[in-house]
Design a protein around this ligand. Structure first.
Ligand SMILES: Nc1ncnc2c1ncn2[C@@H]1O[C@H](COP(=O)(O)OP(=O)(O)OP(=O)(O)O)[C@@H](O)[C@H]1O
Length: 252
């Protein structure tokens, strides 16, 4: 199995607190991989270290074999890693279509030089890609609506569509099920599984075990910044350390 993402002894300290403490693991090409842990376990921090939003205190991140530690989030995105955010970052005053075009624009790259050479072709690419993604997430009928007018659940799909518009090799979803009810979560699980079956490598970061246990092939569990399990769901589910981290905490 080829590793698309390799984390090598990653640590991030905030003052005296190690939010991520010596975490190593790999995500394999084509895998549906889950990162879970109770509140404050370090999931978001690890996610930010991977996607370039926070630099690590020590350790290395390799993506498609290339060291990306310390690169900006923008550069990492261009290398083929797209992410969504726990707190939605759609542009409320833009249309649904334009929100997605921003993602497609990021993929194709538009600047003064590129608009001189083949600007029209690029605009066509962006438009086609954007519509394709709108259809993919079932928002084609909402193309001209303001993003602000979409329901919370639909805005989540809009964010995923924008990330997909960048044609990522690795899609990282940050707590996509947060705020969703059971039937919405089930629908989301089908959607994520479908993307993965088409060959997309996905890393799912979730607070809640349910969704992740149900659809992920492999899981890493964090607690107090440290990796306490790294295995298939059936094994992780039985792990005494994991049970204690979840049941012993104040939530989860
Ligand atoms: N910028 C920061 N400055 C100081 N401490 C931070 C910072 N970011 C995170 N922390 C601390 O690091 C620890 C891990 O936080 P993190 O948000 O990564 O956990 P999490 O697993 O994503 O939690 P949740 O499920 O609640 O989102 C927490 O104790 C948090 O308070």
């Amino acid at each position: 199995m080829t590793a698309i993402l390799e984390l090598d002894h990653l640590t991030r300290a905030f003052g005296g607190l190690k939010a991520v403490d010596d975490v190593s693991t790999q995500v394999h090409q084509g895998e549906l991989f889950g990162l879970i842990g109770p509140n404050g376990a370090g999931k978001t921090t690890l996610f930010n270290l991977i996607s370039g939003f926070t630099p690590p205190s020590s350790g290395e991140v390799r993506f498609k074999g290339e060291v990306i530690t310390g690169l900006s989030a923008h550069k990492i995105a261009h290398k083929g890693m797209s992410r969504t955010f726990q707190n939605l970052r759609v542009f409320p005053n833009m249309t649904v279509f334009d929100n997605i075009s921003v993602g497609a624009l990021g993929m194709i790259g538009v600047g003064p030089i590129s608009s001189l050479f083949g600007g029209k072709a690029r605009a066509k690419d962006i438009s086609e890609r954007s519509y394709e993604m709108l259809e993919r997430v079932g928002l084609a009928d909402h193309a001209d609506d303001l993003a602000a007018n979409l329901s919370y659940g639909k805005r989540k799909y809009l964010e995923i569509a924008r990330a997909l518009a960048m044609k990522p090799d690795l899609l990282i979803l940050d707590e996509p099920a947060a705020g969703m009810n059971d039937s919405e979560t089930t629908e989301l699980a089908h959607f994520i599984t479908g993307l993965n079956k088409e060959g997309l490598t996905i890393m799912l970061v979730e607070h809640d075990m349910g969704l992740v246990m149900g659809i992920c092939e492999r899981l890493v569990v964090l607690a107090s910044g440290r990796k306490i399990a790294d295995d298939v769901p059936a094994v992780v589910r039985q792990d005494p350390g994991v049970l204690e981290a979840y049941l012993g905490g104040d939530e989860g």
